[in-house]
Design a protein around this ligand. Structure first.
Ligand SMILES: Cc1ncc(COP(=O)(O)O)c(C=O)c1O
Length: 539
């Protein structure tokens, strides 16, 4: 019977899920069954319909599904009769549409083509890209046609604790039913205060223990998208120093709002809007090798001498720039230069924060404390909430106390559902020690990616924690952009979601949920090696 495929780990996870939903009694029973062998567990779950709510059963089925995703092939688990029955019951309970009621991918894409601005979604005429996401859980995504995929992107790094993490979803549900919207900068809600305190503890509170000279608390400006938190940091630096210039780096990506765009490097994004940009960003080389650090230091000193520079803004690893890891010592150098010139050091950790690089924040690898840190993406696990967290003394010096009208605010500032999710997400990352897991699995991933071979392409693997990239070049050194996209499309066909990064889109990036297993990572790397072979044969 299909249920015998459920592993002991799967059953324990299902039991855990039931416990969190308050069905401790039945969960304990299930654990006992799991201890003796997993054969009966599936039957027991079926019987449990009489004892537990459908929501609990749905969660149990999903948890088992996630546990079973230890199996390398993402489609292997989808035929399990009993699991599908359970999920169908859960669907009914949540009013989720069953497969036959869902809009097909084809229909959804046709609607987008007709009614969404055509610059947003690339739709390949041959139907090979994109897929239409219908639901996601853990490291898995299902498309509108019912196909399962292993997500190696965490959807731009957001789903660090897994898609629809039960703790995060429960927090969102609770909060949505209680208070769906509050009054940003006027009448606050308690969760915003709690999250501000948590972010202060997680950053300056922790950093102060290692650096007693550093401020012991941070103060927060909540925003919606990542780029807005960068803009809040830039405004803070302007208010604190009175100097408009900002040192930024080639290859940088800080978002596409009219403020952040001054600091985003790629001509593709800036070009059409250059005439409307203030142009306060001064670009300097992003040093990849130790030998480049002196030249970078000199260039920065020259800029400090020539312009009124109030801030240095940098990503500890350029992710959208092509997973570019700078030379060791770079952040320490920037800290020194900022101190020398009384400038504000802003670290954009929107992608690298919350364990992605194998530490809570990437600056911790170099023991550097920034003056402001920008956070977003994984902060909530799936809600548009971001934050600019600055040294409390700097923030108080920069921003006057509110007189009833805030200089910087927005309608949805500190959204209650986003705050509830962020608190749950941080708790989940902490409880599962995901930064350490990211460090360990990242080493294995990088070692495996470094073994990839393609006779017609030059490959270079690099990364830090569960943030890795493989750059593809032809033998003459030209970026292998079309090959990269073709490989990513073929990986999608095999059930693996990946993204291209870099100015030439010739870097395959890996930013999976930090809960991914080693086996799943290796299954993806093996598939990539096989696709690389196919591409070569086709070429
Ligand atoms: C480092 C970094 N900063 C800022 C942003 C912009 O964030 P958002 O797209 O949420 O505005 C991104 C987005 O990828 C990013 O990677």
């Amino acid at each position: 019977m299909a249920v015998s495929l459920y592993s002991k780990a799967g059953v324990s996870k299902a039991a855990g899920a039931l416990k969190t939903c308050g069905s401790a009694c039945w969960a304990d029973e299930l654990i006992e069954i799991a201890k003796t062998g997993s054969h009966r567990a599936g039957d027991e779950i079926m019987k449990a319909e009489n004892r537990c709510s459908r929501e609990n059963i749905y969660r149990a089925a999903e948890a088992m599904d996630n546990a079973n995703s230890e199996m390398a092939d993402p489609n292997q688990t989808t035929n399990l009769l009993s699991k599908n029955k359970l999920v169908e019951q859960g669907r009914k309970c949540f009013n989720l549409r069953s497969k036959s009621e869902c809009m097909t991918s084809k229909k959804a894409l046709a609607l987008l083509k007709a009614y969404e601005s055509r610059n947003v979604t690339f739709i390949a005429p041959d139907g090979s890209w994109p897929i239409v996401w219908e639901r996601a859980r853990g490291v898995r995504v299902w498309d509108a046609d019912g196909r399962a995929y292993l997500d190696l992107t965490a959807a731009f790094g957001v789903a660090a604790a897994g898609h629809a993490n039960p703790r995060v979803v429960a927090a969102a549900r609770r909060q949505a039913g209680r208070l769906l919207h509050a009054m940003g900068d006027v009448h606050p809600h308690a969760l915003k205060a709690m999250l501000a305190g948590e972010l202060s503890r997680l950053t300056y509170g922790r950093w102060h223990r290692r650096h007693p000279d550093c401020c012991r608390a941070g103060k927060v400006i909540f925003c919606n998208s990542g780029f807005e938190s960068v803009e809040a940091a830039l405004k803070t630096a302007m208010l604190a120093t009175g100097k408009p210039g900002v040192i930024v780096f080639e290859g940088a990506y800080h978002g596409l709002g009219y403020g952040a765009l001054n600091a985003t490097h790629r001509t593709f994004f800036r070009g059409p809007f250059c005439s409307q940009l203030a142009g306060f960003g001064h670009f300097v080389q992003f040093p990849l090798q130790a030998g480049q650090l002196d030249a970078v230091a000199n260039a920065i000193r020259v800029l400090f001498g020539r312009h009124g520079i109030g801030a240095i803004l940098v990503e500890p690893v350029q992710v959208r720039g092509g997973v570019r890891v700078p030379a060791t010592g770079f952040l320490r150098l920037l800290r020194r230069l900022a101190d020398e010139h009384k400038a504000v050091l802003i670290l954009d950790e929107i992608y690298t924060g919350f364990g992605r690089t194998g530490a809570w924040f990437a600056c911790e690898h170099e023991n550097v404390v920034p003056d402001i840190i920008c956070l977003g993406k994984a902060l909530t696990g799936g809600f548009p909430l971001s934050a600019s967290v600055g040294r409390a003394d700097l923030m108080d010096a920069a921003w006057p106390a509110s007189s009833g009208e805030a200089i910087h605010t927005s309608t949805f500032l500190g959204h209650p559902v986003g705050c509830a999710m962020a608190l749950a997400q941080i708790e989940e990352i902490r409880a599962r020690n995901l930064p350490a897991r990211s460090a360990q699995l990242g080493k294995e991933l990088l070692a495996a990616l470094s073994e990839l071979r393609a006779s017609r392409l030059r490959l270079e693997a690099r990364g830090c924690g569960l943030l890795a990239g493989v750059e593809l070049r032809r033998h003459d050194g030209a970026p292998a952009a079309s090959e990269t996209m073709s490989i990513i499309v073929q990986m999608l066909r095999r059930g693996f979601v990946l993204l291209p990064e870099g100015e030439h889109a010739n870097v395959i990036s890996f930013t999976p949920p930090l809960i991914i297993s080693g086996r799943q990572l290796m299954a993806a790397v093996n598939a990539l090696q096989s696709v690389l072979r196919d591409v070569e044969m086709a070429g």
